[in-house]
Structures are given as C-alpha cells and as structure tokens.
Design a protein around this ligand. Structure first.
Ligand SMILES: NC(=O)N[C@@H](CC(=O)O)C(=O)O
Ligand SMILES: [Zn+2]
Ligand SMILES: [Zn+2]
Length: 443
C-alpha cells in the first residue's frame, strides 16, 4: 500500500529541514521525500497548509497497567497518546506490581502491541519493588526491551545505590531517569514552599528538595562518567546546576513538562487539586528560568508526565489528593499556543524538544524522518483553535488544570509505521482526501 502525504510544510529539526515536501510511504516505511511526488495508484492525502513532523515522542508517561487500570490502561493511554500526536511514549514502571523484572517488561510490550496504536517503550525500575534497597535485574530487563530505568514517583534516595545503578545501566547503554526529590526535605509537602504555601496553610516543598538531588546526580554522573536524565525539572536552581554541568561535559540531560512551563503556584489558590503535582508548580521566576533553559539547550526534552488519577483520588481535601495530572492530549497545544505562540521558542526548537530531543536522551533510533525507516509521522494544524474539554479525553483521566483553556494548534493526524492511528474530527471535509483521513480514524 502506497500513500503520498502531499503539500505539508515538513519540519525535521534533526535534518534541519523546513520546507514544503511530499512524502511517499510504502509498506509502512518512508520511501521518498521530494518536492513533488506523483505515483499512480497511491492514496494521496492532501496536507496543504499543515505541518508535518517526525512522530512526537513523550518519554515520561504513566499508563498504570497492571494494577491501576481504573486510572488508565495501556489501551486508553495509547489512544490518548495518538490523539495528542504522539507516536512513541516511554512508560514509567510505578505500576502494581512494579515493572522490575523481564516478565513485566514483556507484559507491557505485549499489551501495547495488542492495542496496536503507538509504540510503548517500557521503562524498568532501578530498584526491586521500587523500594530503593536493591538494584533490580537490569540486564534481564534490557534483554526483554526496557528502554531506560527509573523509580519515578520516588527518587533513588540512596546515593550509593544510585551510583551503582548508574554504572550498571551504562554497561547496557541505558540511561537512568531520576525523580529528584530529597525525601527528608519533601516530607509531607503539598505545594511549593513560599508565600502561597503560607497563605493556604499547606506544607511547603522547598526548591532545595529537588536541587540537592539534581546536584548529587550530577556529581555521581561526573565521577562515574555515566549518563543521567533528570525528570520534570521545576526550579531555577536545577536549571543552573544542569547548565553548569553540561558546560563541564557531564552527560546529563533533562526534561520539563508543559505544566511547569505554563503555570505557577498561583494555580493552587482555591485548593484546586488539579494543580497538585510532583514536583509542585513553582514561581514565575522558576518558569522564566525553565524557558531560558529550553531556549539555550539546557533542557533537552518536553515530556508530559501524563499521570492519570480517578475522580475519587482528586475530589478530596487538598492534602489527601493524589499528585499528578494528565498531559498527553494537552501537551502539544500548550506548547504551540503558549511557548511558540508567545515567542518563547520557535516552532523548530519546540518540535526538536518533542522528537529528536527525547530520542537522543533515551538513545533510541527515532525522532527524525529517514528514508527506509518506519513512517512515524505527526501532522499539525497550527491554526486550529480548540477548547480543552476533559470530558472528551481519550484518557480515562480527567485530572487537568487546563479544562476550558482555548488553544491554537493541534495534532490532526498521527501515523505509526505508515498506519493512521488518529485523525482529527475537525479536519475539514471540503476536500475528498481529507475526508478519507477521517474515515481512517478509529473513532
Ligand atoms: N507527577 C506526579 O505528580 N505523579 C506521578 C509520579 C511522578 O511523576 O513522580 C504519578 O505516578 O502519579
Ligand atoms: Zn516523578
Ligand atoms: Zn512521572
């Protein structure tokens, strides 16, 4: 089966491409990329006026299966990813039981294959049972297909364990992704420590809870010559530490979430539990430092930290509510509207942080448009205006602080290995070819 994706503005930051091109997809792979491609018998999809990028990658999501399927499962999480424009996601192992052995890695892979939508890459635990005591069987998990290791939801608190884990993971050429939060400094914390925490009478989480752990990880990566990735960076001090470490040649990469880039701690005034997450929303100064870090390359990746919870877990007193928000279906829109639209990054830079940036941080062969490689492609309508409606999410999670936000820019078509896994209902039907996309949608 041949498909021609016609007339889109192709942006591939890895290849420094930004021009109108046609793309030929044959048997699931990219067969050609030219100014004009015309082949008889091929299905032509007219994408004039739209933007085509390598399939977006979200290297930090929680799909909750097994154990917490009431929050999300791999099928609904995959749908949510496809609808958000993501072709590849890396899935955190804080499930029940946790993904800390080869069998569990196989399980996640097989569930993802069964839903057959996006590529779900399992991340294995650093420590057995996420207990932070004993290193998990990393070698076995690598063989089974673990793409990275993390105890996310918790830090690897024991520095000696972290040091061993870094060295062990590097033998398999895998990265450790650390949730940086010193347990002692975090203890009982609910929101950022400062004026707002005092005002609301909630226990604060100081910036130092994150920064001490970021600094420790940098020291360990430098000493051992290994690679480390810092999850969801939220403070100015962390950005400064990582910037300096990179300048010194330490192999550290990091990510920021759309919510830490667009919201401040003010969002929790009124005790909105949908603004409760880990790390907490911080100050305007921190947000500005994150934006600066994105711009100068200190922050490599934008990742959603998609963390679905049930209504029961959020519709309770603030201090009892679970930490985390869903992100897959709002990530791209927030970045296009608030980061690109407000001139904080150009479009190419933003796409880079969602394609080749995460591919490099994970060390996977993806995130670029390559002849002969699988056609993982995202098509974006930069002008489409839409309103976030949590009740329309493909995710089971409704926990978003962005409900009702008006955004401009959205993924309208997601292709994985040449197969259309999502096509937006908003695609206009004045054109036969676009109508065909709609038919191909699983909705
Ligand atoms: N981010 C969150 O607030 N919650 C995440 C855990 C995590 O990413 O640390 C979750 O699993 O719910
Ligand atoms: Zn985390
Ligand atoms: Zn997480």
């Amino acid at each position: 089966m041949k498909k021609i994706l016609k007339g889109a503005r192709v942006i591939d930051p890895n290849r420094k491409v930004d021009e109108v091109r046609d793309i030929l997809v044959v048997d699931g792979s990219i067969a050609a990329m030219e100014k004009k491609i015309n082949i008889s018998g091929a299905q032509v999809i007219d994408l004039t006026g739209l933007i085509l990028t390598p399939g977006l990658i979200d290297m930090h999501v929680h799909f909750r299966e097994p154990g917490y399927e009431y929050k999300e499962d791999i099928e609904t999480g995959s749908r949510s990813a496809a609808a958000g424009g993501f072709t590849t996601v890396a899935c955190m192992p804080n499930t029940k039981p946790p993904v800390d052995n080869a069998m569990m890695v196989e399980y996640v892979k097989s569930r993802a294959l069964k839903s057959g939508l996006v590529r779900v890459l399992p991340i294995g635990c650093v420590s057995k049972g996420l207990e932070g005591k004993e290193i998990a069987e990393m070698g076995d998990m690598v063989e089974a297909g673990a793409v990275a290791f993390s105890d996310d939801g918790r830090p690897v608190a024991d520095s000696s364990l972290m040091r061993k884990a870094l060295m062990y993971a590097s033998m398999f050429d895998r990265v450790i992704i650390d949730h940086c939060e010193d347990p002692g400094l975090f203890e009982g914390g609910q929101v950022n420590e400062g004026y707002i925490s005092t005002l609301l009478g909630l226990q604060g989480i100081p910036a130092s809870a994150e920064e001490t752990m970021v600094a420790r990880n940098i020291l360990l990566a430098r000493e051992t010559g290994t690679r480390v990735h810092i999850a969801h960076v939220s403070t100015k001090g962390s950005v400064e530490l990582i910037r300096r470490a990179k300048a010194e040649g330490v192999k550290v990469t990091c990510e920021a979430t759309p919510h830490h880039l667009t919201l401040t701690e003010e969002a929790v005034v009124g005790y909105d539990t949908n603004a409760k997450m880990n790390p907490p929303l911080r100050t305007k100064e921190d947000v500005e430092a994150l934006l600066e870090g994105l711009k100068d390359g200190t922050i490599d990746v934008i990742a959603s930290d998609h963390a679905p919870h049930s209504i029961d877990e959020k519709d309770v007193e603030f201090d009892k509510a679970s930490f985390g928000i869903v992100g897959l279906e709002t990530s791209l829109g927030l970045i296009l509207n608030h980061i690109v639209g407000e001139g904080k990054l150009n479009l190419g830079q933003a796409i880079e942080k969602m394609t080749i940036g995460p591919a490099r941080a994970l060390g996977i062969d993806a995130g670029s448009l390559t002849i002969g490689k699988p056609a993982d492609i995202t098509v974006i309508d930069p002008d489409l205006e839409w309103t976030v409606d949590k009740n329309k999410f493909f995710s089971k999670g409704r926990n978003t602080p962005f409900h009702g936000w008006k955004l401009k820019g959205k993924a309208v078509l997601t292709m994985v290995g040449g197969k259309i896994v999502y096509a937006d209902e908003n695609i206009s039907d004045d054109n036969i070819n676009r109508a065909e996309i709609l038919k191909a949608s699983y909705k």
